[in-house]
Every structure is written in C-alpha cells, then in structure tokens.
Design a binder for this molecule. Structure first.
Ligand code: HEC
Length: 152
C-alpha cells in the first residue's frame, strides 16, 4: 500500500529533475555556441557579403534592434543569442500574442528568411513593423551577419 503513495511523489520528483536539467541544458547551449566564421556557415550564407550584411542590418533593423547582449531591448527585442534562445524568449521583452504563439521553437536561417521577406504574412498580427525585404541577397547578407554577430 505504501508504494501507491510513493509513485506520484517519485514521478513528481522525476519531472522536476528533468525540467531543471532541460533549463540548464538550454542555458549551456546558448552560452556554448561560439561565433562561427563566414566559411563555416551553411550555404548560401557562407558566400554572403558580411560587410554589406552589417550595413544593411544597421540601416534596416538597427532602429529597433540591438545585437550586442549588453545593450538590452529597444523597440524590438535584443537579437543576441536569437538562434539559441528560442522564439519570443528575450529577457524582459513584451512580445505580441502572435509571435508568442509561433509554432516553431527556435529561429533558423530558413525561418528568418521567410520572416524578413514578409513579417506580416509569415506571422499575421506581429508587432514588427518592417516592410518585407524582397531582395534575396540582402536577406542572405543580413542573416549571415546575424548568424555571426548574435554569437559574438
Ligand atoms: C520598426 C521596428 C523594427 C524593425 C525596423 C525591425 N524589427 Fe524585428 N522586431 C520588432 C518588434 C516590435 C519585434 C517583436 C514582434 C512581436 O512581438 O510580434 C521584432 C521581432 C524580431 C525577431 C524575433 C525575435 C525573437 O526574440 O523571437 C527577429 C528575429 C527580428 N525582429 C529581426 C529583425 C531584423 C533582422 C530586422 C531588419 C531586417 C528587423 N527585425 C527590423 C521591431 C522591428
């Protein structure tokens, strides 16, 4: 009979242990990704023009986003660690319900490419006010820059 009482307790303890483990793992993952070099990025990002990506990022995103961790959020969330931390997970940032409900757990270069092409149609109801970037080499260069700068 005593076993019956123990089972839920043991189960709860196991659940707690696995949640803790998961949070610790995510934190370690976010910290552990070193900034890659351009040639180590997946295609087509490994042939991007980084200087152009940096300039475009400054011009098209910089009014709303900081990339360096130390600078915090602006109109938009800080983009440091954006590929590791999960979608809509910047600390102390108040996301729209639309982005919080986004179906994918993490940003990938492919998802970011569709997001930047047309934020409004990719995530209807998003609070990000950006006219889509229709030039695909511009998107490639911005994403390549972010793949590196968000990990520096
Ligand atoms: C006019 C302001 C503005 C501009 C310009 C802008 N953003 Fe945003 N961005 C936002 C806001 C606001 C959000 C939060 C959206 C929401 O909660 O729906 C956001 C969200 C994001 C996210 C999701 C972050 C997360 O934590 O999940 C990414 C990635 C992003 N922006 C990238 C970019 C890039 C790259 C550019 C430039 C090409 C850009 N943004 C330009 C305001 C902007």
């Amino acid at each position: 009979m005593r076993l019956v009482g123990l089972i839920p307790v043991t189960f709860a303890a196991m659940l707690l242990a696995s949640c803790d483990g998961e949070a610790a793992k995510q934190a370690a993952e976010a910290a552990a990704v070193p900034a890659p070099k351009l040639e180590d990025l997946p295609a087509p990002y490994n042939t991007a023009d980084l200087a152009r990506g940096k300039a475009l990022q400054g011009r098209k995103c910089g009014a709303c986003h900081f990339v360096q961790a130390s600078r915090g959020n602006q109109v938009g969330p800080n983009l440091h660690g954006v590929f590791e931390r999960g979608v809509a997970k910047a600390d102390k940032y108040n996301y729209s319900p639309a982005l919080k409900a986004f179906a994918e757990p993490k940003w990938t270069p492919e998802l970011l490419d569709q997001w930047l092409l047309s934020p409004d149609s990719f995530v209807p109801g998003t609070a990000m006010r950006l006219n889509g970037i229709t030039d695909e080499t511009e998107r490639r260069d911005i994403i390549a820059y972010l793949l590196i700068a968000s990990r520096e």
